[in-house]
Design a protein around this ligand. Structure first.
Ligand SMILES: [Zn+2]
Length: 375
């Protein structure tokens, strides 16, 4: 596709390279319209917003009375989850922090987590996935040519959080996902709760047992959400969330250190989003991120268009370093990697997956998602 043939939304920067995009007669895309709809239905206005937040906190404390913890928080070392740790402390909630060590955390991320939780006296449970098994699973995904290479990590985090909550009899998981910085996020190449897809790719391309990798079937997921009523609360949606101000607060209060890019706490994520995704799958994830920032008034469309002309990698040198690190960590030779880059991208329906079921039950799935978020 030549650049001229690419159609860009007149309001955000989503374009015709992105799956399932539609434009209306004014050239406005379905993604920013969905964003607006979500803001209207999922974000509350003051004073209702604060009232709801404080009611939630009261409920968590009430239910946590005879338990060790009121809530579970996932921590990655990134800005959003670090801020959640700060918030639970402010709210006087007793939280158990859960961290997934998948072998890709930067030293800085680990340091940030320790620094923060020590100061806040929050207990930490770290699940270290057996690296041989996880490496094999990630390699299987890379070899399969499916687009969403974060499924192995995202699935494990979701499973781990729900299992930990269940184990401690806690119904509340506070998470850092939020509309104003992540609201536009197209589903590209597979969903992380699709255990059938995960297992099929593992079966076809993997060579090792899954070992202590946390797997959860969608039925178990549905059971925990619908029957056990474990909530996945996007707590940042209950306040004005300004990323830059949050970073400054974390730096000043806890000596937290910044990463210099979204999701740069993991080299895998950086290389995936900055290189593999645009080069092999033709998708530049910054488009979704910037579009969200445009819609939430944190970036202008002109700034975003300007930024998109730059390489997703901050520098050629960092790209070379990351690539070398990536190849070495996975034991890929240059040749193998080149071969993988040339393979045609695959979609979930090329595998044994729940994709058809998800599509058929889309309205129901969205309802369950909303229910899990406490809306
Ligand atoms: Zn748009």
């Amino acid at each position: 596709m030549t650049y001229d043939a690419i159609r860009v939304c007149t309001r955000c920067v989503m374009d015709s390279t992105i799956k399932a995009i539609d434009f209306d007669e004014d050239g406005v895309c379905n993604y920013c319209k969905t964003y607006e709809h979500r803001v209207a239905t999922e974000l509350y206005k003051e004073p209702e917003r604060s009232e709801r937040l404080y009611a939630l906190i009261r409920t968590m404390k009430e239910e946590g009375k005879n338990k060790k913890y009121d809530c579970i928080i996932g921590v990655s070392g990134g800005v959003d989850s670090s801020y959640i740790a700060h918030l639970v402390h402010e709210f006087g909630l007793r939280a158990l922090a859960v961290h997934l060590d998948n072998g890709w955390n930067s030293e800085l991320a680990v340091k940030n987590i320790q620094l923060l939780l020590d100061k806040l006296h929050i207990d930490l449970y770290t699940h270290v996935i057996d690296w041989v098994a996880f490496k094999d699973l990630q390699k299987a995904f890379i070899k399969s040519s499916i687009e969403n290479l974060e499924i192995p990590t995202d699935h494990a985090i979701t499973a781990l959080l729900l299992q930990t909550a269940d184990k401690h009899g806690v119904r509340y998981i506070l998470n850092g996902s939020n509309l104003v910085t992540e609201g536009i996020l197209p589903v590209q190449g597979g969903r992380s709760i699709d255990d059938r897809l995960l297992k099929d790719i593992h079966k076809k391309f993997g060579t090792q047992k899954l070992s202590n990798y946390p797997v959860m079937s969608i039925w178990s997921f549905a059971y925990k959400v619908l029957v056990k009523r474990i909530k996945y609360l996007p707590i940042l949606n209950y306040m004005d969330y300004d990323k830059e101000a949050t970073i400054r607060l974390l730096e000043e209060k806890y000596g937290w250190k910044r990463y210099g890019g979204k999701h740069y706490e993991s080299i895998f994520t950086r290389f995936f989003q900055g290189y593999l995704l645009p080069m092999k799958y033709g998708y530049d994830k910054r488009k979704a991120h910037f579009s969200t920032l445009i819609m939430s008034g944190q970036m202008s469309r002109e700034e975003a268009l300007q930024e998109l002309t730059l390489n997703p990698y901050p520098s050629e040198r960092l790209l070379e370093e990351d690539k070398a690190f990536f190849l070495k960590k996975f034991d890929f030779t240059e040749k193998e990697f080149e071969h993988i880059m040339k393979q045609r991208p695959k979609v979930p329906s090329d595998f044994n997956s729940y994709e058809r079921l998800f599509e058929t039950l889309k309205p129901l799935m969205l309802k369950i998602k909303e229910y899990a978020k406490g809306n």
